[in-house]
Design a protein around this ligand. Structure first.
Ligand SMILES: CC(C)(COP(=O)(O)OP(=O)(O)OC[C@H]1O[C@@H](n2cnc3c(N)ncnc32)[C@H](O)[C@@H]1OP(=O)(O)O)[C@@H](O)C(=O)NCCC(=O)NCCS
Length: 208
């Protein structure tokens, strides 16, 4: 069984540990800034992030990110790849994935997610529990589509954008890079980069 280390040890790491196991990996443990010995759904916290290189020399070739924050997840993913780790796409056996959908390296697709025809999930992205991404969507690097969100067809989502829990995006809308669509919002018009938008219809509340 291929061995894999999870980076992070919080709530998101729990679901990533279980996802990796369901994809056939042995999770050797988690690395976290707080290396207090403890278990994350049975996986031991074995050290801080700087232990990654020694795990690689012990033959652990695979890593997965258990970190929700998009910018941090992107940065650490790139660092791990530079060290020599492979970040596999992890797709839950309980997700429904079109044969023409593309899921790039380091992206994770949680149980009950649906990916429809010819959509593309960029590197290090998260399509979370029960979220759906419909036909022809393009998701950039390290995008997070939170649980229960519904992305209609031909939507473009820029790098590191966060699509909040239970939100919806209408067909053809563009969500800019580093934008946040708030929980429960409905985007019927484009949302500019670096903008936080909330409500139905979603309106900009702030910029970063
Ligand atoms: C939109 C969001 C990012 C704003 O966070 P924030 O900047 O910390 O905002 P605050 O909590 O300080 O709230 C500021 C105001 O916005 C309102 N607001 C915040 N989120 C809102 C939302 N999703 N919908 C409508 N209004 C919202 C608050 O009620 C508050 O209004 P007030 O000023 O009239 O009291 C956050 O509330 C959100 O929805 N995040 C999504 C989280 C998520 O889905 N995570 C998934 C994890 S798996």
């Amino acid at each position: 069984m291929p061995r894999l280390v999870v980076i992070g040890a919080g709530g998101h790491a729990k679901v990533v540990v279980e996802l990796a196991r369901s994809c056939g990996f042995e999770v050797v443990g988690c690395l976290d800034a707080d290396d207090t010995p403890r278990l994350v759904v049975g996986a031991p916290v074995i050290g801080k992030d700087d232990m990654a290189a020694s795990l690689l020399s012990d033959g652990v070739r695979f890593a997965a990110l258990g970190i929700g924050r998009n910018r941090v997840r992107e940065r650490i993913s790139v660092e791990l790849e530079a060290l020599g780790f492979t970040l596999p796409a992890l797709i839950s056996p309980k997700a429904v994935v079109s044969p023409s959908a593309e899921v790039e390296r380091g992206a994770i697709v949680m149980p009950c997610a649906v990916l429809n025809a010819e959509c593309r999930i960029g590197p290090f992205g998260i399509v979370n529990t029960s979220a759906s991404v419909d036909h022809d969507c393009r998701l950039g690097i390290a995008v997070h589509v939170a649980p229960g969100s519904r992305i209609a067809g031909s939507v473009f989502i820029g790098d590191r954008a966060m699509i909040g829990v239970g939100s919806a995006v209408a067909p053809g809308v563009t969500i800019g890079a580093d934008a946040t669509l708030g929980a429960g919002a409905t985007a019927i018009h484009d949302i500019p980069s670096n903008t936080i938008a909330v409500g139905t219809p979603a309106r900009a509340r702030a910029t970063r």
